[in-house]
Design a protein around this ligand. Sequence first.
Ligand SMILES: Nc1ncnc2c1ncn2[C@@H]1O[C@H](COP(=O)(O)OP(=O)(O)OP(=O)(O)O)[C@@H](O)[C@H]1O
Ligand SMILES: [Mg+2]
Length: 356
Amino acid sequence: MGTEALSLEEVSIRLGQSLILDGISLQVPAGSFTCLLGPSGCGKTTLLRAIAGFAPLSAGDITVGGRSISNLAPEARQTAMVFQSYALWPHMTVAGNLTYPLKLRGLSKVERDRRAEAILSLLGLEGYGPRAVISLSGGQRQRVALGRALIIDPPLLLLDEPLSNLDASIRRSLRGELRRLQQKVGITTIMVTHDQDEALAMADRIVLMRQGRIVQVASPEALYSAPADLEVAHFLGVDNVVDLRPGDPVAAGGALAGFRTADARVFTGEAPAGLDAVLVRAGTVTACAYAGGSYHVSIDLSDQAGNESLSGASGAALSALSSVPVAPGTRARLSVPAPMLMSFGADSRLLQGIRQ
Ligand SMILES: Nc1ncnc2c1ncn2[C@@H]1O[C@H](COP(=O)(O)OP(=O)(O)OP(=O)(O)O)[C@@H](O)[C@H]1O
Ligand SMILES: [Mg+2]
C-alpha cells in the first residue's frame, strides 16, 4: 500500500460571506493517525472534503507526498473517504460492494476477486463475500465500507465520524480494530470525531479546531494534561472552573483553576491530613447521584460565607466524587490535589497543566 505524508499550507475556504476554513496549516506524517476534534460547525467535515477534492480552496495549497493536489479532481486524488452512514449498495453482496470501485477502474474479474479476498481477510470477514449487505450487523457494514475504501490502495484514508452510528459496545471494539488495521496497512489516516475518548484512544496526534482554525495540535497525553485554553480544556472533560485565591496551591499569576470531577473529592467532617497541597472550597451540596463505584456530588459555592464574591459564572457550581452518599443541603468541602489543577490566566490561556 502506498502511504504518503500530507501537508496543508494556509488553506482557506470562503463560502459567500463566511470563512469556513481560515488559514489551516498542518503537517501529517506518513503512516500516522490524526484525529480532528472540535465543536459542531467548526469545519472538520469541510477540511476532509477539501483534502478529498470536494471543496475547492479559496487560498492555500495541499500536497501529498510532496506533490500539490490542490488542482486535481477528486478521482485523480484517489483519497478514500468513509462517512458516518456507510452508504453501501443494499442490492449488492459484500463482494459486489467491495469490488465496485475496482470495476469502475477497469480491473479484471480475477484481480477484483483476489483483492476482495485479501480485504475480507484483513477485515476478519472471510467467507462473507457472497452475503447480502443487508444481512450484516452495523459494525460489519461499517467494516465493509472501510474495506471498500481501502481496496483501491489509496494514499490517504479520510474518515468522517465512521463509528458514530454504532452503539457503544460495538463502537469500542471497532475503535481498536480500526486502529490495528490502520497500523497493519500503515496508511496515513485522518479521522473526524466528536468523541474525545475516541480521539484520545486512537490518535497519534489530535488536531483541535474552532471556528475554521486550528487551536492546538498535540499528542493525546499532551492535550489531556495541557489544553491550550479553557475552552479546549472544557472540551477535554475539565468540567470545573474556580477563581483562584491567595494561598491556593498553584503558581503565581493565574486567575482561574480548572479540574476534572474525577480528580476532586468531597468531605464533610474533619479535614483530611495534608490539606496544604490541595485546593479547597466549601459550599452546599445540591445533588448526589450514584455513578458506579462512587457518588457524583454537585456543590454550590455561591451562598456560602467564606467564599469571596465570585466573578462571573466561574466557580459557582462544582462537582466532585464521594465514596459515600452526601444528602443535598449538607455543608461540605471539596478538595483537589495540586498536581491535578490546571491554571489559566485572565485571558483563559493555560499557564500550567496537570502534573501526573
Ligand atoms: N456548502 C456550504 N455552504 C455554506 N456553508 C457551509 C457549507 N458547508 C458547510 N458550511 C458551513 O461551514 C461550517 C463548517 O461546517 P462543517 O460541516 O465542516 O462542520 P463540522 O465541524 O463537520 O460540524 P459537525 O461536527 O456538526 O459535523 C458550518 O458553519 C456550516 O454551516
Ligand atoms: Mg461534520
